[in-house]
Design a protein around this ligand. Structure first.
Ligand SMILES: C[S@@+](CC[C@H](N)C(=O)[O-])C[C@H]1O[C@@H](n2cnc3c(N)ncnc32)[C@H](O)[C@@H]1O
Length: 252
């Protein structure tokens, strides 16, 4: 589980996801967020998850429905394309988590959202941001390098490392009203067994494809041990990531 996901339930609760709502989850993958929202919307609610990856959608469809949760419909669509088929029955809320940061044109998707929402509908977005990170009380050069591999890969694929910090301004310029904005740091403790090696393992083919790092530079076999040694020797924990959580109301 992405450590930043622990902050999602409280954020969505405070944002106003409530029983009986019809909620649209854009970029739903295999439905982890859709299922959370379905539990919050309850049996009177309904959730539609949208993704372009059919393998993820199939996995979502194969996951057994939870008792007391809203039904979930999984729809295949490209968020960069025409979404008007979703506008027939406008939604009470749209949730998006870690999707805008991967899109070359997030403004283009944001412009399509009001047509999918009821008047004054809710948008609840969780996106990450790398600005100024990682932060430790010591230089931690290997951690800096590993952080750069991750975010250079995101940018090589057309995403951006500043999504969290820039999203509220982007929404305001599009006429949205920001209801709340907070950020939650993901920390890695000095002596904690970190998940960075696992994350690097998952991203390595993309790092290589993006020309960001070679297999030898990453050195997966020893990466976790080297990172942990660096933190221990430096006597420093660090802030690795920042998840921005923004609730906004649709333009009138
Ligand atoms: C990092 S995952 C986040 C999944 C989910 N929102 C969550 O928080 O668990 C990003 C998802 O966005 C989807 N995605 C990215 N670009 C897309 C596009 N243009 N159209 C539809 N889905 C897209 C990917 O297929 C992937 O499932």
């Amino acid at each position: 589980m992405n450590a930043a996901n622990r902050a999602t339930p409280a954020f969505l609760d405070q944002a106003g996801i409530a029983p009986g709502m019809r909620v649209l989850d854009l970029g739903c993958a295999f439905g982890e967020l859709s299922r959370l929202v379905a539990r919050m919307a309850g049996p009177e609610g309904a959730v539609t998850g949208v993704d372009r990856n059919i393998d993820y959608l199939t996995k979502g469809r194969e996951t057994a429905p939870e008792p007391g949760a809203a039904p979930i419909a999984y729809v295949e669509a490209d968020l960069t394309g025409d979404l008007s088929a979703l506008a027939d029955q406008p939604f009470d809320a749209i949730v998006i988590r870690r999707v805008l940061m991967y899109l070359p044109d997030p403004e283009g998707l944001i412009a399509k959202l009001p047509a999918l929402l009821k008047p004054d509908g809710l948008l609840a977005v969780q996106e990450h941001d790398a600005t100024g990170l990682p932060i430790g009380t010591a230089p931690l050069p290997l951690h800096r390098e590993a952080h750069r591999w991750v975010w250079d890969t995101v940018e090589a694929e057309g995403g951006r490392r500043t999504m969290g910090m820039t999203l509220p301004g982007m929404l305001e310029r599009a006429g949205w009203t920001i209801a709340s904005w907070r950020a939650e740091a993901t920390l890695i403790g000095e002596s904690e067994t970190s998940w960075l090696g696992h994350a690097a393992r998952g991203m390595l083919p993309r790092m290589i494809a993006g020309g960001v790092a070679t297999e030898e530079e990453v050195g997966l076999d020893t990466l976790d041990a080297r990172l942990e040694a660096e933190r221990r020797e430096a006597g420093s924990a660090l802030i690795w990531d920042m998840a921005h959580m923004i609730a906004a109301r649709a333009p009138g």
